[in-house]
Design a protein around this ligand. Sequence first.
Ligand SMILES: Nc1ncnc2c1ncn2[C@@H]1O[C@H](COP(=O)(O)OP(=O)(O)OP(=O)(O)O)[C@@H](O)[C@H]1O
Ligand SMILES: [Mg+2]
Length: 603
Amino acid sequence: MKSSPPAPKPKPAAPPPRTTLTAVEMGARQREISVSEFFTKNRHLLGFDNPRKALLTCVKEAVDNALDACEEAGILPDVAVKLEAVANGGAAPPPSQATRFRITITDNGPGIVRQQIPPIFAKLLYGSKFHRLRMSRGQQGIGISAAGMYAQLTTGKPVQITSRTGARAPAHYFEVQIDTKKNEPRILEKKQIAWESPRGTQVAMEIEGRYQKGRASVDEYLEQTIIANPHVKLTYVTPEGETKEYPRTYEQLPPSPREIKPHPYGIELGMLLKMAQDTKSHSLSGFLSSDFSRVSPPVAAEICKTAGLSPNARPRDVHGQAAENLYKAIQSTKIMAPPTNCLSPIGERALLAGLYRQIKGEFYTAVTRPPSVYRGNPFVIEAGLAFGRAPEQGEPAQPKKAIPLAEGEDDQDDHELARVIRYANRVPLLYQPSACAVTTAVLDTTWRNYGVAQSRGSLPAGPMVIFVHMASVWVPFTSESKEAIAEYDEIHKEITLALRECGRRLGAFLRRRERAHSEFRRRNIFELYIEEIVQSCNRLKGGRLATAKLKDQLLKMATKITGGGKTDELLGKNGSGPEGLPHSIIVTPEGVEAHGAHARTKA
Ligand SMILES: Nc1ncnc2c1ncn2[C@@H]1O[C@H](COP(=O)(O)OP(=O)(O)OP(=O)(O)O)[C@@H](O)[C@H]1O
Ligand SMILES: [Mg+2]
């Protein structure tokens, strides 16, 4: 075979001549970007990264707003959520196949005044909550308009709003869309309509989405919402057409949180300068004492003195080195921590009630920590635990197998990892668990100390739900989609302390139950021999013994030396009834047992 001569290598094509641009040409390309254009391209930042999550986000934004509005207006919330699969040409597909959904959320809140409807639903960064420090679910003024924008982007349909402010006022109906270039509302329809509700708001939108049950689904979000909000009545019509009713179990609204001023420790230099520019006060000391919380006139005078500034200086004139001195003086002055009556935690009792209702288990506990502060913002951490499986009603819990496990052999329970449910201002957080301060605090807790198995670097094992709630005037989310809490040292520490307290209570319960199990086994062995002993004694006495009486006495002694009634109680064999909801409840097949400060108060 003759090899053909190698083909001559083609000459590499000369690279296209580099185009160079002048600053003027580059300058001509600079353009302003409106927030709506920005978030249209970056919609994952707002929680619209895939169709399943988008469906959840839209429901969540509307429900959170409904609950905020009701609570702020002092109305016990009554919210209805309806999901419908929509045909995209042809007949409506089954919900699991559908790619388009109509979402309708109705509340009995205060309603919205007519002029505000278009900007609320069709202008990003418009809202009543951003500029004040008050605990609420929403804080950014972007949630519901972003949902509307997503609807517009994926189906082209406008958001439909019906709102009424009272039985005497007419109901207004609007259809709006966002002009993304200008970030301004475009009104496609507005009219007065007849509406059966005397007061409230209804939002309806059609979006591209996917409906799937399970983790991080709409169903899970609603169920978790109920745990942290037992004062809410919720009706949910699933895409399958099933109506789920969640009645109110707590008849009181949470105390209305107060609005506070920023605390000086939480203010950065730039913010301090801006506040000094915007203030209505004419003197530096007036500015400090009226625009910040916990700065009394004497404290303001002290700050001015430390900074070497006149208390009568005009706040606007404070800049440059003087501003830096002022900032340093604030940091070095002792100022009381911010007030904490601006927070409205769920509370141990309501939390226990919520956990007990939604999660099946054998042991429950809840802890509300005292308020703490990060970056000048007050916050409260609450934690709860639901442990175990639901005891079969009527059938006493069986003591654990007495046979020791072989090396390497695990109890069935140990394969199951604990589930962590996270909340911020009563809103369940369903995504980005690994980015959240809650998850790291759960992982950093040594659960083995409390009798729960845990492999290194992983969640504790066992049938357990761990609940953590952060209530704050400003929750530091890691992104605009509000899915994970940022890792501040103070927050991490508080979560850890709350978890440890729950862990200690769980540990005590597990130890006591284990002891009760072994006492019970011992008692069974005694009982096995009592009959024989009675017969032997009777024979010794020539058959003249009151056997029934002796047997009874021996049985009583066996019970007494094996923990007495307490053992039965712990194992749920004595039918103790529900005793209310103190900080821990233990559920046995016969009922609920209460422990703690309020153990004797009836529910
Ligand atoms: N159902 C409702 N009833 C009454 N007012 C509402 C309702 N929904 C929204 N609002 C008002 O519209 C504003 C804007 O809502 P939006 O969800 O866009 O922002 P937000 O709730 O303030 O903050 P976030 O972006 O964090 O959700 C709210 O601040 C509230 O004042
Ligand atoms: Mg909102």
